[in-house]
Design a protein. Structure first.
Length: 343
């Protein structure tokens, strides 16, 4: 066996162990996250095949150089038209892979350090989009509650907002995850990496859930493993797919926008999650509490909600000196307010 053959075999053996052992079993990442890492590695191999005519089977650590990775990032950005977030995700995945390889084989630390120095792309930080309370009410008004499907869909939107869950977490909820008849009602959800967390439920949501259970889940003692939200297929309740929820929200969003211009152009499950987090932040909840509520591993992730909106700035200024703000109506103008605050 030649040296190149050994390096090729070594590279793919490391990739296999990284994707099948390290990420899912040791680090506890979800199958979807592991798949994202795998896509990043495959993307780099596609780049090598297109630019260097290197077949997948012939990829080795020799191709993982600082210059090659820099060209890969430019290729993603300029030729594949990938966004900044996607480019940085692909780059971070490759760095993570090589860190694992270096930890397993000290001779590969030189390869890792060369790639580690490739900088992430700096992009413009966009404010988090969320719905106003008016837009949210317009969305909740769309399901036809004269039908069973409409009742289910309205309950789904309400719980999605009230709990701030990810859409996958929502569809994974079982009847047994609800704890409604306790002093402080809560729900247990399973998030990324199989981590569970308890989320308190508001009184109005609890009342709606009890009515929903009465209509859609009879004989609860024997049905605790049934999905909370379901459709009937082959005579049995089947968990909804995340795509089904996404299509449903888009449909209701398009309908709500006809009567409420405040509804964003694209309504999707994560927008509802952003909306809940933004409303909590605006109501004064500390970021550390919001991070725990959302299931974020680090409060750093939650800091995207910490940028004050123009409305928040105006309210703060008016509370500071309401009489002065009444005398200077230009502060009511968003552009003037932004200039005043250095935005």
């Amino acid at each position: 066996m030649t040296k190149n053959s050994r390096q090729q075999d070594q590279f793919w053996q490391f990739v296999r162990n990284y994707l099948t052992v390290n990420l899912p079993r040791i680090r506890g990442l979800s199958p979807r996250t592991v798949d994202t890492y795998g896509q990043s590695i495959a993307s780099y191999c596609s780049f090598l095949k297109e630019k260097n005519q290197t077949e997948f089977s012939r990829v080795s650590f020799e191709q993982l150089t600082h210059d090659s990775i820099m060209k890969f990032v430019r290729w993603l950005r300029e030729e594949r038209n990938c966004g900044v977030a996607t480019c940085n995700l692909r780059l971070s995945a490759l760095k993570s892979l090589l860190k694992y390889c270096a930890d397993e084989d000290l001779s590969l630390y030189a390869v890792y350090h060369g790639v580690k120095k490739v900088p992430l792309i700096k992009g413009t930080k966009m404010p988090v989009e969320y719905m106003s309370e008016t837009a949210l009410k317009a969305l909740l008004a769309q399901p036809d509650i004269q039908t069973a499907k409409g009742i289910r869909n309205r309950m789904l939107i309400m719980l999605l907002y009230d709990t701030g869950t990810r859409v996958q977490e929502l569809v994974d909820i079982k009847v047994g995850n609800l704890h409604l008849d306790v002093r402080d009602p809560f729900i247990i959800v399973t998030g990324k990496g199989g981590k569970t967390r308890s989320i308190p439920l508001m009184d109005r949501t609890v009342a709606h859930l009890k009515e929903y259970l009465r209509r859609f889940h009879t004989n609860l003692d024997n049905r605790t493993n049934d999905p909370l939200f379901y459709s009937i297929r082959s005579g049995l309740p089947q968990m909804l797919s995340t795509d089904t929820v996404s299509v449903m929200l888009k449909h209701y969003g398009d309908a709500a926008r006809k009567t409420c211009p405040e509804v964003p152009k694209r309504v999707h499950p994560h927008l509802v999650r952003h909306t809940r987090a933004s409303h909590l932040y605006r109501s004064g909840m500390p970021l550390s509490y919001i991070a725990e509520f959302l299931g974020h591993a680090s409060v750093t992730t939650t800091e995207i909600y910490a940028s004050a909106s123009t409305e928040m700035l105006r309210e703060a200024l008016e509370k500071t000196d309401p009489e002065m703000t009444q005398e200077i109506p230009s502060w009511k103008d968003e552009e003037s307010l932004k200039k005043l605050c250095g935005l």
